[in-house]
Ligand binder design. Sequence first.
Ligand code: FES
Length: 198
Amino acid sequence: MATIAAENKATVQAKAEPQVQVAAPSRREFLYYIWGASLVMVLGEAAVAFIWFALPRFKEGTFGGIFDFPVNKVPLNNDAPYNEASGRFWVTHYDGKLAILYGICTHLGCLPKWVPNNDRFECPCHGSKFERSGRFIEGPAPRSLDRFPIVVQFSDGTTASTSAEGGAVDISGREVVSIRIDTGRKLTMPGHQLPAEG
Ligand code: FES
């Protein structure tokens, strides 16, 4: 009697709790899942990269961003270069040309100073020396001073800009009305020469 009751109970339980069987994903399904997850990750990274590059990371007028440099601060031709500490650059006007020099020594990153008595930049750390144009003179620096690109607008409405190699802009005999400096793009010139002037 007790055995029959136990069997009935087992039967009722079996009916009340049907076994759910979950089939393991097939190899093809598994590969689909992996592929889908990879696609989501790639798209996510692409979206992050897009946002990162689309958003301006540097404010105008701060190092790494654009500077609208006041024309009246441009040194007279072959006068001492002007130091703009907030942008880490020197504005140099030599032989009728305008160039913006990155104020960091190309040797190990010290800050070369303009030495009026010697009419050149001199680095206090290991003695590299550079002309007013930024061209290397002597010392351990591996190359001339780097430059930042500029766009110069003249009173006749025309513009001129730094060449892709870093060539200076010829402003001789022309009235400059605006100067835009991009401190987010350093132009490095290999060796101890300067590029052909733009
Ligand atoms: S850091 Fe300028 S010469 Fe070494």
